[in-house]
Design a protein around this ligand. Structure first.
Ligand SMILES: Nc1ncnc2c1ncn2[C@@H]1O[C@H](COP(=O)(O)OP(=O)(O)O)[C@@H](O)[C@H]1O
Ligand code: SF4
Ligand SMILES: [Mg+2]
Length: 332
């Protein structure tokens, strides 16, 4: 599989002044995040609120400038491009919002909302434009009698269908979906997730899918990346991850969700304590203030993200490496 999106060492620090004499501080929102996303893949970014998921999305969409790192889109370095090259690249990465209501112009009809990006990019006129819009509405399951309605006349699920149609209008390679079903009723969530899965298959898309909800992630993802305080602490294929999460934080997250998977039964929630501030990080491993396995090594050194077992890359000193852990297989 060729990567459509590659992100390497992506970093975003927000600087601020600490009072009159405090000097400069930094919120390390995203710190050295790397991943690749291939066509047909759904990479889910999961983690608690404030861990940097939306900042990764904004960086990938080039809505905010990275402090460091690189973003490659279909092999092209887009990290620092501006002007017309950026405008062209932007077609290929589109966003589906959490709250379609906030993102859709209330004074435009559904048809106008979907037409807008096509018109902005000079895509087709009259008959061709109308045909493209009809195809998009068909793709997302909006009926003809709804095409001239305004956003407030739609239900939450229909509005999300409209938001998806708009995101797909320019035929992107990558869709970034930031908590796209979090605002919807559970029964509607499944419909929208199924729609996204069908569209990915039919249109050859790749998703960067952001969610704090692990049951949603288990349903939609092909790869799971767990973030904690701006870094990826574990990244693994979906099935391997849910069968056997290796990072203590990932285990705690899975322990604290309603149990859907038999192998998770009996896991206890071990997440305790406050999440530290992204502007005052602990030394060494960022999770050590809440980790039941923390040792002196954890306070001294940040653990690198490295291949452990079963396709998992994990940043933890106390998860043995695949080649050094004959006893490890028995933990499955
Ligand atoms: N514009 C900003 N200025 C300063 N800090 C920010 C800004 N945007 C986000 N942050 C901080 O960056 C961290 C990550 O935020 P965010 O990416 O929104 O997390 P998530 O989407 O996982 O909830 C948080 O500590 C947040 O307060
Ligand atoms: S490196 Fe140490 S503190 Fe960090 S997750 Fe692993 S055991 Fe816990
Ligand atoms: Mg967010």
């Amino acid at each position: 599989m060729t990567a459509v999106l590659e992100v390497e060492g992506l970093t975003k620090h927000y600087t601020f002044r600490r009072g009159w004499f405090g000097g400069e501080g930094a919120v390390r929102a995203v710190d050295g995040v790397s991943f690749t996303l291939a066509q047909g893949e759904t990479l889910a970014l999961v983690g608690e609120s404030g861990c940097g998921k939306s900042t990764v999305a904004r960086l990938v969409l080039r809505l905010t400038e990275p402090t460091a790192g690189a973003i490659r889109l279909k092999g092209q370095d887009v990290t620092r491009i501006t002007g017309e090259p950026l405008r062209r690249a932007r077609r290929d990465v589109q966003l589906v919002f959490q709250d379609p209501f906030a993102s859709l112009n209330p004074r435009m009809t559904a048809r106008q909302i979907v037409a807008e990006p096509l018109i902005n990019y000079g895509e087709g006129r009259d008959a061709a434009l109308a045909g493209r819009i009809e195809t998009l509405f068909d793709c997302v399951g909006l009926a003809r009698h709804q095409w001239d309605r305004f956003p407030h006349e739609f239900s939450g699920g229909q509005r999300q269908r409209l938001g998806i149609a708009r995101a797909l209008a320019l035929n992107p390679a990558v869709v970034v979906a930031d908590e796209p079903v979090a605002a919807l009723d559970v029964s509607i969530q499944a419909q929208i997730l199924n729609l996204l899965a069908d569209l990915k298959r039919d249109l050859g898309l790749a998703y960067l899918f952001i969610s704090h909800d692990l049951s949603v992630v288990e349903f939609i993802s092909t790869t799971v990346a767990v973030m904690y305080l701006g870094t990826i602490v574990e990244i693994a294929p979906r099935d391997a991850f849910f069968r056997n999460p290796l990072h203590p934080y990932a285990q705690a997250l899975l322990g604290s969700v309603p149990v859907t998977h038999p192998s998770q039964r009996g896991r206890r929630a071990l997440l305790q304590g406050e999440i530290p501030s992204a502007s005052a990080l602990p030394s060494g491993c960022r999770f050590r203030t809440r980790c039941p396995l923390a040792s002196a090594l954890c306070a001294a050194q940040a653990p690198p993200l490295e291949l452990k077992a079963d396709g998992h890359r994990v940043a933890c000193h106390h998860v043995p490496r695949a080649d050094a852990a004959p006893a490890f297989a028995s933990s499955q």
